[in-house]
Design a protein around this ligand. Sequence first.
Ligand code: FAD
Ligand code: NAP
Length: 324
Amino acid sequence: MAIHRTKMLIIGSGPAGYSAAIYGARAMMEPIVVQGLQPGGQLTITTDVENYPGFADVVQGPWLMEQMQKQAEHVGTRMMWDTIVKVDLAGGSPFRAIGDSGDEYVGDVVIIATGAQAKWLGVPGEMELGGKGVSACATCDGFFYRGKKVAVIGGGNTAVEEALYLTNHSDDVTLIHRRGELRAERILQDRLFANPKITVLWNKAVERFEAGPAGALERLALVDTRSGETSDFACDGAFVAIGHAPSTELFKGQLEIDEGGYLVVEPGTPKTAIPGVFAAGDVMDHTYRQAVTAAGTGCMAALDAERFLAGLDIDLAGHAEAAE
Ligand code: FAD
Ligand code: NAP
């Protein structure tokens, strides 16, 4: 078992974690990024990324994240292939975390960037057709379905917002919900029902996503949740919007978590209630959930961490790492 000592411990390696690392390293905080089970984060499971600034042409999600990792390493970040399984934040700085490997990480500040995972239905065809018609992010992928027929699955705020957003690209959007009423708030429902481009299919659950001869999504196999009657629904794109699950299990009992499962921060900042513990990216953001906003809050967390360390009067020029 090794002990890894750093001024800045970053948990998570998505856009938030890597951006925090780039800023932290350039401020001589010698960050350690513990990458977790999905090095590079959610963008590694998508293909085209068209809305991350700085690239005139479409870039691939995995490539973009590889570049961010290299940039963070280039300026002095250490990457650890490990997953944090336990944290001790209550005692204050320095904070301790234990990895799946058994290694211990000690950081004067901690930046939590563990992200959030879109929930999936878990039915046949869903994973196989990811990027070939099935998506969990209309803002990211809606553009690819311009003029095509699309479906959104879910009945909460996210599903309704996704359906409304998709009408920017398509005149034929169908919201498919498993019950006869929506969970979404009234104002969003009103907008949905008033939009002539959107149809709602009530009391229908998706049993399977099915591909056509070209290997892309062609139809959904539906079942009526009251009668059990089955039917097919032809479409070019299907957006699963049944909620996001932030990765906050690790912090239960130590940090405040809201009813949606997100870490609570001081509004407009990445500061948690524990001085020296910051949260960035999708783990604290139930509104925007984009790579660029995750990167932005990662930057904010690193800058606030730097200020916190300056207040603690820790020598930023010569911190010794004790690994054994
Ligand atoms: P994430 O990217 O979720 O990364 C979380 C990181 O935390 C991972 O590295 C994981 O391994 C790590 N982690 C979790 N738990 C632990 C632990 N216990 N110990 C150590 N590490 C841990 N946004 C866009 O702007 N444009 C797009 O085109 C776009 N397309 C998308 C397509 C898909 C299919 C999906 C699912 C999302 C898409 N998004 C897109 C959203 C975007 O990916 C997220 O907003 C962004 O990745 C959030 O970044 P993050 O750093 O907060 O967390
Ligand atoms: P949500 O409110 O939990 O709604 C999830 C929806 O998906 C529900 O309609 C649910 O159906 C459906 N669903 C869940 N599992 C399903 C399954 N296996 N099969 C079929 N349908 C399934 O999630 P959300 O819409 O992502 O919202 C999450 C939180 O973020 C909420 O607090 C929400 O208010 C907030 N949010 C707010 C805004 C905003 O303020 N503008 C926007 C987005 C999200 P049932 O209704 O039958 O349970």
